[in-house]
Design a protein around this ligand. Structure first.
Ligand code: AMP
Length: 145
């Protein structure tokens, strides 16, 4: 059965292009809807809460830049505004949550080579696979091919 509703999660980094192109080509082959998601991690979570600090101005700036980048990427792929999603939270839990809310039947993510501590901590893709109710495609990508 062809996929009908594909969600691609993008970190907006160097490997985004490869991941999104794979998702767009699958959407084309399956005549599926394509949704594009970026998750902004709150600075308060990223940098812990030991010292109380107001990150709201920086967070707003990050939000604006992420929206610009997401819009540019989606415009190139002709993904309509309704299918562009920018949410705040932890990527490994937000990606499966958004996939369920959108009734996605396939999540596309990137899979990066990992070493050392990163290997022990696990990847976003591992978290997505555990949390997802639908198929997950991990596209092999490398920032330094
Ligand atoms: P990582 O585990 O950080 O190497 O990321 C693997 C893949 O998870 C990326 O290629 C993206 O598909 C997805 N991902 C990671 N971070 C985010 C994010 N902040 N928003 C959306 N997707 C993400």
């Amino acid at each position: 059965m062809p996929y009908q509703n594909i969600l691609v999660a993008v970190d907006l980094g160097a490997t985004t292009e490869a991941v999104v192109q794979r998702a767009a080509s699958l959407a084309g082959q399956n005549s599926a809807l394509l949704h594009v998601l970026h998750v902004i991690e709150p600075l308060a979570i990223t940098y812990g809460g030991d010292i109380p600090m107001d990150f709201s101005a920086i967070q707003e700036e990050i939000q604006e830049q992420a929206k610009d980048q997401l819009d540019r990427l989606c415009a190139e792929l002709a993904v309509p505004e309704t299918n562009r999603h920018l949410v705040t939270g932890r990527p490994e839990s937000e990606i499966p949550t958004q996939a369920k809310a959108l009734n996605s039947d396939l999540i596309v993510v990137g899979s990066h080579a990992r070493w050392g501590l990163a290997l022990l901590l696990g990847s976003t893709t591992d978290g997505v696979m555990h949390g997802a109710d639908c198929d997950v495609l991990a596209v092999k990508v490398d920032a330094d091919p």
